[in-house]
Design a protein. Structure first.
Ligand code: ADP
Ligand code: MG
Length: 611
């Protein structure tokens, strides 16, 4: 029988290898960015069209390549980074397999322009499906400019299995961030369909993290620094309140290479035990420096898995480092995770009102026994003392308040509820401290918290609107636009329908952001951009929440954002309307987080004060 074994033609072998190296546009972005850094670039620009399906362009100001190297770089196993086997164990650069460019060129149309530093002319090379189409001398810029067009144009099955642009672009952002987070001293830019997504100047690591994740992280980073003979760990962990139910903000880098490692994740998570609720993951960006001989990076084609020779020692060091960092910064347990609404209502004051009085007040004091002028002063100072000390029955007030505060906790199912105070239509309403609405009722004197009452009313209204999918919207005379981060934009777009039901008319355009043309009637036009921004942030942070929980959160954050605030003067008809709408609610007693909306001072209690 004749011999039948043949070597695969190069372009076929390359296509097979491409399957390993280039799984999606994001993989090509990563390889090209890493090559740019290996070439010593300190400015790297990434231009993307259609989530990388049409174009991935990476421009660097690195060393550039000679004519011959430019052609050679696309050969399989072509690398300038390894000469002998021993080199494999001493790798400090990103690439080393010499496969990336060969793989990319096998499945795309590649246009490369490159000019060596110091040369007057560069070269332009066209390759399509591993075949060189042309190479010419060209007066291009110093450094390298890669254009990868129509990825998988010759592998329809792979092209078909690419996900939506939103998802593929999310992957690109992930890879871009990982590279950016390891090179704060390099300037990076990411542009998608003509609009700038990231523009990161050269800076410190801490500032780079803040630029990538947003200014709100500035105060939230706790530095970690641990140097040992085996391994050094540095970087940051987030304060416990940055933890999320979703994974995603956890980064390990070994010798500046992003890796995943569930074993080491456990070391960090267990250092946070008791500080974050179960199932929450702390934010961290931890950078290991280790002798390259102590690790094997070559066990996975995309190189995000790394094996340590002494994994248990690294675990112990990491765990101790994080504990020490948290201890050093006095991070105490934070229990208040319920309060984590997208929009914080203004600080609630009643918590501070109940501290014991510092001023003793003479309860038996009778100002009416004094001469007129003394009486006036005395009354004034009595009120002042009362004001300062919160005396005169504060303890009893406190007890009532506490009892009401506790009710949602003791009775989450709500079987035992105090009966709803009957408020007569012609009752006289009074606003007190621009904060509470005082109104007589069948049960006693009702004190209603104006902001919380309105939050509850709006929340129930928004919930109904979302369920029924019918919201009314008020058109804006001057549309507002909001610039969002890519994940925020993507999440907002995904929930466009619910937002429409809440009364928002939004127009999405990646280039110019989100344009708001209509808003719910209760929302002041001046607040709408801020409100959309904070809802988008909440949605992007909360990708794990789904369905009902998510709609609930959207309704709460809109309700909190558009409610009447403390300090707002209310007219009697307004107060009356609020009370009527509140009494029509399913759960009139509680605002978000189970906080009480109203308390009743029973007749008995008031009578006792006069006895
Ligand atoms: P590897 O990075 O593993 O060596 P690649 O296929 O990614 O393999 O790249 C092959 C070679 O092409 C590199 O070793 C390097 O010499 C050269 N090269 C690739 N990209 C650039 C670039 N942006 N600037 C200069 N040289 C580059
Ligand atoms: Mg490479």
């Amino acid at each position: 029988m004749a011999d039948i074994i043949q070597l695969l033609p190069d372009h076929v072998a390359n296509q097979i290898a491409a399957g390993e190296v280039v799984q999606r546009p994001a993989s090509a972005v990563k390889e090209l960015m890493e090559n740019a850094l290996d070439a010593g670039a300190d400015v790297v620009r990434v231009m993307i069209k259609d989530a990388g399906k049409t174009l991935i362009q990476v421009i660097d100001n690195g060393s550039g390549m000679s004519d011959t190297d430019a052609r050679m770089s696309f050969e399989r196993h072509a690398t300038s980074k390894i000469r002998k086997t021993e080199d494999l164990f001493q790798i400090v650069t990103k690439g080393f397999r010499g496969e990336a460019l060969a793989s990319i060129a096998a499945v795309a149309q590649v246009e490369l322009r490159t000019r060596l530093k110091g040369e007057s002319l560069g070269t332009r090379l066209l390759i399509e499906g591993s075949k060189v189409q042309s190479q010419e001398t060209e007066a291009c810029a110093e450094g390298t400019n890669f254009m990868v067009k129509n990825l998988f144009f010759n592998v329809p099955a792979r092209r078909y299995f690419l996900k939506s642009d939103a998802i593929e672009f999310r992957h690109i952002i992930d890879e871009f961030q990982r590279v950016a987070l390891t090179h704060p001293d390099t300037e990076f830019q990411l542009v998608h369909n003509g609009s700038e997504v990231f523009s990161l100047p050269r800076t410190t690591l801490r500032q780079r993290i803040v630029h990538v994740f947003g200014a709100r992280y500035n105060e939230k980073l706790v530095p970690v620094d641990e140097y040992t003979d085996i391994v050094s760990v540095s970087g940051f962990v987030g304060k416990p309140d940055t933890s999320r139910k979703t994974r995603g903000d956890q980064f390990f880098f070994i010798n500046n290479r992003f890796i995943r490692n569930t074993y080491l994740h456990h070391a960090v998570a267990s250092a946070f035990e008791g500080l974050v609720p179960t199932g929450h993951h702390p934010l961290y960006l931890l950078y290991f420096t280790i002798d390259p001989e102590q690790i094997d990076v070559n066990i996975h084609p995309t190189k995000t898995e790394v094996k340590f020779q002494d994994e248990r020692a690294v675990y112990a060091i990491l765990h101790a480092a994080v504990k020490r960092a948290l201890g050093r910064h006095n991070i105490a347990p934070t229990l208040d995770f319920e309060q984590e609404m997208a929009i914080q209502v203004s600080p609630v004051r009643h918590g501070t009102e109940v501290r014991p009085p510092e001023v003793q007040v003479n309860k038996d004091f009778n100002p009416f026994g004094l001469p007129a002028e003394e009486r006036q002063d005395a009354v004034k100072s009595w009120f002042e003392q009362r004001e300062n000390g919160r005396s005169g029955g504060w303890q009893e007030m406190y007890q009532i308040q506490q009892e009401l505060d506790r009710r949602p906790v003791l009775d989450p199912a709500g079987q035992v509820r105090p009966s709803w105070p009957e408020i007569h239509e012609d009752s006289s309403f009074m606003q007190f401290d621009r904060r509470y609405i005082l109104v007589p009722s069948s049960a006693g004197l009702v004190l209603m918290d104006q902001q919380r009452a309105h939050e509850r009313v709006l929340y129930e209204q928004y919930r109904k609107q979302v369920e029924r999918g019918e919201g009314c919207s008020q058109q804006l005379l001057f549309p507002e636009s909001v610039v969002l981060s890519p994940p925020e934009y993507a999440m907002l777009r995904e929930h466009q329908q619910e937002l429409a039901a809440l009364g928002f008319d939004l127009h999405f355009d990646f280039a110019s952001g989100v344009e708001i043309t209509g808003i719910p009637p209760e929302v002041p036009a001046s607040d709408c951009a801020k409100l959309i921004q904070s809802m988008a942030t909440a949605l992007a942070e909360d990708t794990a929440r789904a369905g009902d929980e998510l709609r609930e959160r959207m309704a709460w954050s809109l309700a909190c954002g558009s409610s009447i605030k403390y300090g707002q003067l209310l007219t009697i008809p307004e107060m009356k309307e609020l009370a009527i709408r509140l009494s029509a609610c399913n759960e009139p007693w509680f605002a978000s987080g189970g906080r009480p909306v109203l308390i009743t001072l029973p007749f008995g209690y008031i009578d006792r004060q006069f006895s």
